[in-house]
Design a protein around this ligand. Sequence first.
Ligand code: G3H
Length: 195
Amino acid sequence: PRPILLTRHGESQDNVRGRIGGDPALSEAGERYAKKLGEFVNRRLKSERTASIWTSTLQRTILTARQIAGFPKVQWRALDEINAGVCEGMTYEEIKINMPEEYKARKLDKLRYRYPRGESYLDVIQRLEPVIIELERQRAPVVVISHQAVLRALYAYFADKPLQEIPHLEVPLHTIIEIQMGVTGVQEKRYKLMD
Ligand code: G3H
């Protein structure tokens, strides 16, 4: 059976500052993760004739893929992080203080809440449909390097989690979730490469 490896980008400079959205580069820890991920994936896929590496169009995922060698890399806009609209670049604390109604509305229904001029989780789930169709069609391993909200939705699809749980699923940084699709169902392994 072919594996699908899901991972978030390495820690970004905005993760460190607690800011959402944007197109930041990696922090030092994020760079370390890129190196470890490269070593892990290069070893894991050594005997594979073909495989592909999918990232979003944001530089934190492209930089995280940089040390993976020997297989084609594909950038998908559909793998970009949830668009936080007018809240891009803010911290959750700033949203709470400056836009308390928005903050409250999101807390009440995180799945359906749509950022002003941005997206909701439901929007993200919908735009992932072509990615999922393409993933299902692949015969070779795929490494998907994306973002928290997007990976919650992708993971939920393979792990068969209910819609309502998606915005709250645990998808930690610096951890690979390996999904094996076999005839008997889906198996999962997690590799925490660093803290
Ligand atoms: O910047 C976006 C985060 O990765 C998504 O986190 O939906 O839990 O706010 P959240």
